[in-house]
Ligand binder design. Structure first.
Ligand code: HEC
Length: 104
């Protein structure tokens, strides 16, 4: 039973990853840059490591934001969060956003 669930999930992620549109990132490619640039504050699964940081594992902010909205925040920063413009390529930010959407 457990194994089947895992295969099902992998299949679903694969289907998501192979679906391309102008704004669709690849969640598989988003994991590594997320862990490098975001994990210290946002936690391994988006559970939030600092007071005032939204909890992505509950979908906070991510559910109510479109990809372009998240893209803007990640590039420009917000409050204590630094902006990543010039540090992370747009395509890679989209991959990170796709990865955020797998956290809840
Ligand atoms: C230095 C700590 C820190 C790092 C590193 C960091 N963040 Fe944040 N992030 C924050 C804080 C603090 C907030 C809350 C900002 C606020 O609402 O004032 C936040 C908020 C957010 C939000 C919600 C924005 C909104 O519209 O409310 C998103 C999405 C986000 N971060 C994504 C990322 C991603 C993706 C990365 C890595 C590329 C990242 N963050 C790296 C601290 C950080």
């Amino acid at each position: 039973m457990r194994g089947n669930t895992r295969i099902g999930l992998a299949g679903m992620l694969f289907a998501l990853a192979s679906f391309h549109s102008a704004y669709a990132g690849n969640p598989f490619n988003g994991k590594a840059p997320y862990e490098r640039f975001c994990m210290t504050c946002h936690g391994e699964r988006g559970e939030s490591k600092l007071i005032g940081v939204p909890n992505f594992s509950r979908g906070e902010v991510v559910i109510s934001s479109t990809d372009p909205m998240l893209m803007r925040t990640i590039k420009n920063g917000k409050g204590v969060m630094p902006g990543f413009q010039g540090q992370i390529k747009d395509a890679e930010i989209l991959d990170i956003i796709a990865y955020l959407r797998t956290m809840f």
